[in-house]
Design a protein around this ligand. Structure first.
Ligand SMILES: Nc1ncnc2c1ncn2[C@@H]1O[C@H](COP(=O)(O)OP(=O)(O)OP(=O)(O)O)[C@@H](O)[C@H]1O
Ligand SMILES: [Mg+2]
Length: 467
C-alpha cells in the first residue's frame, strides 16, 4: 500500500495495478451467468428463511407478556388484569417459562381477552378501536417512486400495529420484489396467486360486456384468450392467504407479477374503454374484501407503473414515505408532479367522452394524502425536516419516524419492531424504538378515524336530505 511522506494512506483509487486488477476480474458474464448468480442467491435465501422458520416450515408469531399487554395492548392495570383472569378461568390464562414467572399469551389469546374486556370492562376505556358499522374498509396505499424510502417497512409496521390494536387487516403486495410477502411469510407459486387474476378478470368482464354490444350490432366479438377466460373464474377471496398474525391476511406477490406491467397496456390498447385504473378497487369491492376487513394496506413498487396506478386509484388514504434529505424531497416532489400528470390525463381522457355522452365525469379523490418522514435522524436532519415542514405544511405528517437500529437488527427471523421480543434488547432501547412506530401508527390512526367519521357524517346528511 502506498504511503505518503506524512504517513497518511493515499486513497484506495490511486496506484491500481492493471495486472492485479485483471487477475481478480474473472471472465465476462453471459446470460447464463445471471442464472448462476440467481441460483446462488436462491440457495442463500432458502438457508436464511430456513433459520427463521419453525419446525412445521411456518413463520410463528412470538408470545406477548402481561407487561406488554397491559402497557401496549389492553389499557388496564396489571393487577386488575390478573384479577379478571383469576375470576374467569375460562379465559386464556397464558403460560409461564418458570414457576411463578411472567405469563405469556398468543396474539389470538390477546384478541380474545380484549373482546372480554370490551364486553365486560369499563365503558369509558377504549378496548376496541373505532370502527363505524356499515362502512367499508379503508384502503391505504403506501407509495413513492423513489426506492428504499421505507414503503414496505411503513406498510408492514402499520399493518402490525393496526392488528395489535384489534383491527382486521388485509395486506396486498403490489411489488414483484415481494418484500411485504416475505415479511408476512407468504408463499406465492406464480402470478395466479397475486392480484394478477383480479386485474385480468376485470379486463375480461369488460370485454364480455363490450362483446354483448358488438354482437347486438352484428360485429365480431373480441376473443377472450385462455388467461382471460381462466381469470373470470378466480374469486379474489381465494387469493388471500393466512399469515402468522391471526388478524392479518395477505395477497402476496412474486416476480411473475411484473408481467402485469406488460400485459395491462396490451389489454388497454385492444379495448380503449377499459378503465384499467379501476381494476383493483372494483375487484376489492366486488370480491367482498372491503366488508371482511377493517383496513387494507397496499405496498407498491418503487415505480409509477400500472400496478402502482391501480394501487393509488384504489387508495382512500395515501401515504408517501420519504427521508429528510434533499434527494428524497426533490424526487418526492417529482413523484407528486407525476401523480398530477397521470391522474389529470386519465380524467381528461375520460371526461372528453363523458361530456360528449352526457355522462357523469370522472374525478379521482383521496380522503387524505400525507408525506411521512421515515428513518429520521434528529441530530442531523432537523433543519431539513423543518424546511420540508414549512413548505409541505399539513401534507407532511407531523410525526417523524426515527431511524432505529432495531429494524435492521430484527433481520430475517423477525420482521420489524412488533415481532421482536423485547427481552432481546435493553428495555429502554426497545421502548424508544417502539415508541416511534407507535407514534407513526397514532398519526395514521387519526387520519383513519377522521376519514371514517367524515363518511359517517356524510351518510347521515344524505339520509336526512329530502329525496
Ligand atoms: N425507521 C427506520 N429505521 C431504520 N431503518 C429503516 C427504517 N425504516 C426502514 N428502514 C430500512 O430501510 C431500508 C429500506 O426500507 P424499505 O424496504 O421499507 O423501503 P422501500 O421503500 O419499501 O424500498 P423499495 O423501494 O425497494 O420497495 C430497509 O433496509 C429497512 O430495514
Ligand atoms: Mg418496498
Amino acid at each position: 500500500m502506498a504511503r505518503e511522506a506524512s504517513g497518511g494512506t493515499t486513497p484506495a483509487y490511486f496506484n491500481i495495478d492493471p495486472e492485479a486488477a485483471l487477475a481478480e476480474l474473472g471472465g465476462p458474464v453471459t446470460t447464463e451467468g445471471f442464472a448462476e448468480m440467481a441460483r446462488a442467491c436462491a440457495a442463500g435465501r432458502d438457508d436464511l428463511v430456513g433459520r427463521g422458520l419453525g419446525e412445521d416450515g411456518q413463520k410463528r408469531l412470538r408470545l406477548f407478556s402481561t407487561w406488554e399487554i397491559t402497557r401496549y395492548l389492553i389499557p388496564v392495570a396489571p393487577a386488575y388484569f390478573r384479577r379478571v383472569l383469576k375470576a374467569h378461568p375460562d379465559l386464556p390464562q397464558g403460560r409461564s417459562e418458570s414457576a411463578g414467572g411472567a405469563k405469556w399469551f398468543t396474539l389470538d389469546e390477546v384478541l380474545r381477552l380484549r373482546a372480554h374486556f370490551a364486553a365486560e370492562g369499563s365503558r369509558t376505556k377504549e378496548y376496541k378501536p373505532y370502527r363505524p358499522p356499515g362502512q367499508p374498509a379503508k384502503v391505504v396505499g403506501v407509495a413513492n417512486f423513489k426506492g428504499g424510502v421505507g414503503k414496505s417497512s411503513t406498510c408492514a409496521h402499520l399493518a402490525m400495529s393496526a392488528a395489535l390494536d384489534g383491527y382486521r387487516v388485509l395486506v396486498i403486495d403490489l411489488d414483484s420484489q415481494g418484500s411485504l410477502t416475505s415479511i408476512f411469510g407468504g408463499r406465492v407459486a406464480d402470478e395466479w396467486q397475486t392480484v394478477f387474476p383480479m386485474i385480468a378478470g376485470h379486463h375480461a368482464r369488460h370485454l364480455r360486456a363490450t362483446n354483448q354490444g358488438r354482437i347486438d350490432r352484428g360485429e365480431a366479438p373480441l376473443p377472450l384468450d385462455e388467461t382471460l377466460t381462466a381469470a373470470l373464474d378466480v374469486d379474489p377471496r381465494d387469493l388471500v392467504q393466512k399469515t402468522h398474525w391471526p388478524n392479518i391476511d395477505l395477497i402476496g406477490a412474486q416476480l411473475n407479477l411484473y408481467w402485469a406491467e406488460f400485459q395491462i397496456p396490451v389489454w388497454r390498447m385492444r379495448a380503449q374503454g377499459w378503465k384499467l385504473w379501476d381494476a383493483l378497487s372494483d375487484a376489492l369491492e366486488e370480491g367482498g374484501l372491503l366488508e371482511e376487513y377493517d383496513i387494507v394496506f397496499l405496498d407498491t413498487p418503487p415505480a409509477l407503473g400500472y400496478l402502482t396506478i391501480n394501487g393509488l386509484a384504489a387508495a382512500d388514504i395515501l401515504l408517501v414515505p420519504l427521508g429528510a434529505s434533499f434527494l428524497e424531497f426533490d424526487s418526492t416532489g417529482r413523484f407528486l408532479d407525476m401523480l398530477h400528470a397521470t391522474f389529470s390525463s386519465i380524467e381528461e381522457g375520460e371526461n372528453m367522452a363523458a361530456r360528449a355522452l352526457g355522462r357523469e365525469e370522472t374525478a379521482f379523490e383521496w380522503d387524505a394524502v400525507r408525506a411521512v418522514l421515515t428513518r429520521y435522524d434528529g441530530a442531523q436532519q432537523g433543519e431539513m425536516a423543518a424546511l420540508m415542514q414549512s413548505y409541505l405544511g399539513k401534507t407532511l405528517s407531523p410525526h417523524r419516524q426515527d431511524f432505529t437500529a432495531l429494524i435492521g437488527q430484527a433481520g430475517e427471523q423477525v420482521s420489524g419492531i412488533y415481532e421482536a421480543d423485547y427481552r432481546d434488547f435493553n428495555r429502554e432501547t426497545y421502548a424508544r424504538g417502539r415508541e416511534t412506530f407507535d407514534q407513526t401508527y397514532a398519526a395514521f390512526k387519526r387520519l383513519l378515524i377522521g376519514t371514517w367519521h367524515r363518511d359517517v357524517a356524510a351518510a347521515a346528511q344524505r339520509a336526512d336530505a329530502p329525496a
